[in-house]
Structures are given as C-alpha cells and as structure tokens.
Write a protein that binds this ligand. Structure first.
Ligand code: PAF
Length: 286
C-alpha cells in the first residue's frame, strides 16, 4: 500500500491507473478508523479495481469550540488497518497543501437545500466545510466512485446533490450504517464516551427504531411521535438535540402521500454528540 502526501503525486497515480483501464474507488475519511470505515472500504474494494482512502482532519468543517485540536489522530494504526484490508493507496495531504495562503480560501461550496435543518442547526457551517473538502478531494483524486456512510445521512445527501449539481462524473454510493452488537452506530467520536455513557448510548438507536415501528404500524401523529422520542432520550439522561421525521429523498417535511421516510436523531452524551437514523417505508395513508 502506497502512502501519498502530495497532491501532484496523487493525481499522477490515479492518472496512471485510468490510462491502464482500471476503475478507481475512493473513501474519504478523517482517520481514527473503525469497523464503519472498513465497511466503506470493503464496499469500494468490491466495486472498483483500485481503492484510494484519504485521511485528512478537515479544519473547515469544525466550528469554534469543537474538537478540531483534540480529534483523535491515529495515523500508524489507521495505515495498518488499511494495509490489512488490501487498500492500494492512502492519501494524507497536509493542511497547508489543502488550504494554502493560511487557509483563507476565497471559494465556497454550499448546498443550501440541506442547510437550516437537522445537524446544520447545531453545527452551522459544518456541511459547507464538508462540501468544500469533498469537492477538493474529488478534484484531486478523480475517482470513478466514492463511498460514504449512511450514518451521516444528511452529509450523504449533501455530497450526492453536490456531485449531481456540479456534473461530477463520480458515482456516489451510500453504505449501510455499521453497528456495534448492541446497536450503537460506529463512530470515531464514540471514544469520548465514558463507561456508563457507553452503556446508555444505544438508547438513541432504540428510540429511533421504536418511533420507526410506530410509523410502520400506521401512526400518523408525527409531532406526538417526535415529542415522545425526545422525552425517551431525556429519560436516558441524554441531552436531545433533535428527532426528525423527514422525506428520505430530500429531508423535506413529509406530506400524507410520502411513504419513504427517514427518522433521524442527534443527542449529546457527555463529550460526545451521537447521531443516527433509520429508514422507514410507511403504509399509504387513506
Ligand atoms: O464523514 C467524514 O469523515 C468527513 O465529514 C469527510 C466526508 C471525510 C469529509 O471530511
């Protein structure tokens, strides 16, 4: 497996593969890899001849007071995991290479359709930071396909829309949420959970599943279901951020005719902010 740090060398490598007629899959990450990332890698490996994984803790997607400085950086163990998985190349650009001139990029990338809702309300600017770095990484790596985890469902829709709207010739693939045996969605930030917080953490997924079951059973009182779910999170001594029931395709408020929904939630637990979601195909409403 080849670690590459320079943008030029990364471009050259993928150009050579494309000239040789090989397809290239891409998995962008911020490192501190776990089973969830490895499931994205497996998806990319199954669908392409060569796989590039990037590891870059992107300062543009952290807000003031968030954990940019302390975000776990575990380069050596990450490289060992990727080597084991058979990944062909790891791209490790520096902050100075990605954000030259002291980081003062004058170009913004924004997908406003998904701003002003769900995670954007408590992390304003996060999706703009993601959209910017993903656009840059796509332009550097030039993959044929890229795999993103569906745990970050809003992020997945942002990237999918961005690729579509900017005519990027990249297939965006969403990979199923990878879970611990007790249901907790795998996340790099789960390391922030203390022992008793870790024991309570699966309540988020359980609460979203319970809400989803009631939608499937034909309950149409969305406001009541959301309120009860928020109360269940508080009862587990989490600080609920939001629970929302939205159209799966565009995160709009569902009307009576909408059946394909996503139940999404976020809650603070100690130093961690957990997010999760469950897809629901509810029965038609008469
Ligand atoms: O999901 C993540 O790990 C990050 O938001 C991403 C897509 C790698 C962009 O920095």
């Amino acid at each position: 497996m080849q670690p590459i740090e320079s943008i030029e060398a990364m471009r050259r490598q993928v150009r050579d593969w494309h000239v040789a007629g090989l397809t290239v899959g891409f998995v962008p990450t911020m490192g501190n890899l776990h089973g969830g990332h490895l499931s994205l890698v497996d998806e990319a490996m199954a669908r392409s001849d060569r796989v590039v994984v990037s590891i870059f803790v992107n300062p543009a997607q952290f807000g003031p007071g968030e954990d940019y400085e302390t975000y776990p950086r575990t380069r050596e163990s990450d490289l060992a995991l990727l080597e084991d998985r058979g990944v062909h190349c790891v791209f490790l650009p520096s902050v100075a290479a990605m954000y030259p001139e002291g980081g003062l990029l004058r170009t913004r990338v924004e997908v406003p359709a998904f701003n002003g809702m769900l995670c954007d309300l408590s992390r304003p600017g996060f999706f703009n930071g993601v959209a910017l770095v993903v656009t840059k990484l796509f332009n550097i790596v030039r993959p044929d396909l890229a795999v993103f985890g569906l745990k970050d469902y809003q992020q997945f829709l942002v990237v999918q829309r961005l690729a579509r709207d900017l005519d990027l010739p990249i297939e965006i693939i969403g990979a199923a949420v990878a879970r611990e045996p007790d249901g907790l969605a795998m996340s790099s930030r789960n390391v922030y959970l203390g022992e008793s917080e870790r024991a309570r953490a699966p309540v988020l997924y359980q609460t979203l599943c319970a809400l989803a079951d009631r939608l499937r059973a034909g309950n149409t009182d969305l406001a009541g279901l959301r309120r009860e779910a928020m109360e269940a999170l508080s009862a587990a001594t989490m600080k609920p951020d939001y629970v929302e029931i939205r159209r799966a395709g565009d995160l709009g408020e569902p009307g009576p005719g909408d059946q394909d929904l996503v139940v999404a939630g976020a809650a603070y637990l100690g130093r961690a902010r957990l997010i999760d979601n469950v897809r629901v195909n509810r029965p038609p409403i008469d």
